[in-house]
Design a protein around this ligand. Structure first.
Ligand code: NI
Length: 181
């Protein structure tokens, strides 16, 4: 099987591949090595997730994790890197909460994004086994963020107030100013 050569440098906002809806995966064997590669990327980088289109692959595949240090800060049980294919997300309650997000495709920026607090995520793992699980809080946020990438959506489009789209190196001064409000 011919393997696609993957870059490890995520595409940046403006690249048209980030805006194309991704195709469903039918041949799971073809994506197994890609799945391993994506999980390795998460193990070796301080990233919460990555979606195939960010590496210029137009397929419905995301990888995510809840790293122990992130779980300690945001709550939740750590989740090792895993892959989700052809995902479908269903909110399980109406509850929405806002928190900071960042994205490899918008380096140096961060913004406050409303997301569903409690979701079900369905799809397949890289072996083609069906997945149907629930997630809440920060892990649910990560999964929603990554799955948005498969439909050409980047987090600024989900933001309620673009005034909270800031440079990461301005976070402390932003926080100080917000505390005074
Ligand atoms: Ni992203």
């Amino acid at each position: 099987m011919k393997e696609q050569i993957l870059t490890t440098t995520p595409l940046k906002m403006g690249h048209p591949s980030l805006r194309k809806p991704c195709q469903k995966i039918k041949d799971f064997e073809r994506v197994q090595s890609m799945a391993v590669f994506f999980k390795e990327l998460l193990l070796t980088n301080p990233w919460s997730g990555i979606a195939a289109p960010q590496l210029d692959v137009n397929l419905q595949l995301v990888a995510f994790q809840l790293a122990p240090d992130v779980a300690a800060r945001k709550g939740g049980i750590p989740c090792p890197p895993r892959v989700l294919i052809n995902p479908v997300i269903t909110p399980l309650t109406d509850e929405i909460y806002e928190d900071w997000e960042a994205c490899l495709s918008l380096p140096d920026l961060m913004g406050r994004v409303p997301r569903f607090r409690h979701i079900r995520f369905e799809g397949f793992d890289e072996m083609g086994n069906p997945v149907c699980e629930e997630a809440h809080d920060h892990l649910a946020r990560i999964i929603q963020h990554e799955c948005d990438h498969l439909f050409g959506v980047l987090y600024p489009e989900r933001m309620a107030d673009l005034k909270t789209l800031i440079y990461r190196d301005q976070f402390e001064v932003w926080q100080e100013a917000a505390a005074l409000l």
